[in-house]
Write a protein that binds this ligand. Structure first.
Ligand SMILES: Cc1cc2nc3c(=O)[nH]c(=O)nc-3n(C[C@H](O)[C@H](O)[C@H](O)COP(=O)(O)OP(=O)(O)OC[C@H]3O[C@@H](n4cnc5c(N)ncnc54)[C@H](O)[C@@H]3O)c2cc1C
Length: 414
């Protein structure tokens, strides 16, 4: 399929990653990103499973490691800030709550965008408003009123994908709420220091009765990533559209929570990256519709609770580009092969951690204390090696096949 044009919606993780590989395999990718400019920073994501191997194949592993966050692990703190249990990074063979490679989402996106080079056009501040496909291509209309035709469109525009809505149907059909909402924002170093917030090296988590959790992670420049989580019966659409109501809800629900919740809430109004969403998994019966293919969170968001979204986005990008290249002009065959290669791996990575959301959001003081005790037991000298062996037995055991760069050669793709 050498020289074929591909429109990629979304310049997050999956978008630039698939653009990188498609370009290597001889396609001509264009990325359209709704945000006006690349957004640095953001929340921390982890490279687990097969994704470090894919990043290594891109020649970017050292750079990613160089930009990664340095966290000692996950600490469960009580209302007075005392560590009641800790899961160090190295526990469970690196499969605890904090992975060996943690990097801010915006930093990883920047590494990927830089790696794509000049052969990929990035258009910021625009998005697709309509898609119309026939046997030979897809006509895309953009908010900027431009209309263009492409051989293929890839929806890599996240869990609330617009491409998915246009080509497959409304979000409610595919997004399955998990029963919790989350808020994230950054507290800059000066503010965190002025407010006496803990700048420690741990992903610190404090649970409060009533299915509430407040947490901090160290930012790379001395600040703090603040995080709140609330158990909820379902996603309230009006709330999800209203940042003022979201902030009010957090203030009300966390008003009586100890540790540093109050100071974190006080810093919320100054945050310019406030993010609020409900947790959901995207499950679709198929990831392609003719010449429109979905990738990453748009197709199979596992939810941040699993810590596998970035893994799936990076591995999915590699496999999709490789299978499209192998399939030559037959987009449907390439999309079907991508799905065959990945579906089982995606399903495995949709598995929630032990105890699921209930373990992360205990309802009572007793359940919170049980959680401390359980984590202390699991990381104890006697149990941790056994638990690690069991977890390694459950190794994700997936290595994508090798798609050689000569897939781009004109003789193969004529
Ligand atoms: C708060 C939070 C915490 C997370 N924590 C973790 C974690 O610890 N570990 C982990 O592995 N993963 C985590 N994730 C998930 C991880 O960020 C995603 O799974 C991963 O980034 C998937 O990449 P993606 O490119 O598919 O989607 P995204 O990273 O969401 O990128 C989608 C891109 O599309 C753009 N876009 C949206 N709509 C349009 C449109 N209509 N047109 C054009 N562009 C559009 C967006 O601006 C964005 O740049 C977390 C996610 C969130 C939200």
């Amino acid at each position: 399929m050498s020289g074929k044009t591909v429109l990629i919606s979304g310049g997050g993780i999956a978008g630039p990653a698939v653009a990188y590989w498609l370009q290597r395999f001889g396609f001509v990718p264009t990325v359209v990103e709704r945000a006006a400019a690349p957004r640095p920073g953001g929340h921390a994501v982890d490279l687990r499973g097969a994704s470090p191997g894919v990043v290594e194949r891109m020649g970017l592993l050292d750079e990613v490691r160089g930009r990664s966050l340095h966290e000692r692990g996950m600490a469960f703190v009580d209302a007075d800030g005392r560590h009641r249990a800790e899961i160090p990074v190295e526990a469970f063979g690196g499969r605890g709550g904090v992975a060996e490679i943690e990097i801010l989402r915006g930093d990883l996106a920047e590494v990927l965008v830089d790696a794509t080079g000049d052969g990929v056009e990035y258009r910021y501040g625009d998005h697709i408003t309509a898609l119309d496909q026939d046997a030979d291509g897809v006509r895309a209309r953009f908010a900027s009123a431009v209309e263009e035709r492409y051989d293929l469109v890839i929806g890599a525009d996240g869990a609330h994908s617009r491409v998915r809505a246009l080509a497959f149907g409304p979000e409610e059909r595919f997004a399955h709420p998990l029963g919790a909402c989350t808020a994230h924002y950054t507290i800059p170093a000066e503010r965190a220091v002025a407010d006496g917030l803990d700048l420690g090296e741990w992903f610190s988590v404090h649970s409060a009765p009533g299915r509430r959790m407040v947490a901090t992670r160290p930012d790379r420049d001395g600040g703090i990533k603040a995080m709140f989580m609330i158990g909820s019966s379902g996603a309230d659409d009006a709330l999800l559209r209203d940042p003022v109501a979201q902030r009010a809800l957090l203030r009300e629900r966390f008003a009586d929570v100890g540790w540093q919740a109050r100071a974190m809430l006080a810093a919320m109004d100054g945050a310019d990256d406030f993010y609020f969403d409900s947790y959901a998994q995207v499950r679709m019966p198929t990831w392609s519709n003719g010449r429109v293919v979905l990738l990453g969170d748009a197709a199979y968001c596992p939810s941040p609770i699993t810590g596998q979204g970035t893994n799936l986005a990076l591995v999915g990008a590699y496999v999709l580009a490789g299978e499209l290249a192998l399939a030559g002009d037959d987009v449907a065959a390439g999309a079907a092969a991508y799905e065959r290669a990945l579906r089982e791996y995606v399903q495995r990575n949709h598995k929630l951690p032990p105890g699921g959301l209930s373990a992360m959001l205990p309802g009572s003081r007793f359940a919170i204390r049980m959680g401390y005790a359980f984590n202390r037991l699991m990381t104890s000298r006697f149990v941790e090696p056994l638990a690690t062996r069991l977890m390694l037995g459950d190794d994700d055991g997936f290595t994508p096949r090798d798609y050689p760069a000569d897939l781009a050669s004109p003789t193969r793709c004529a």
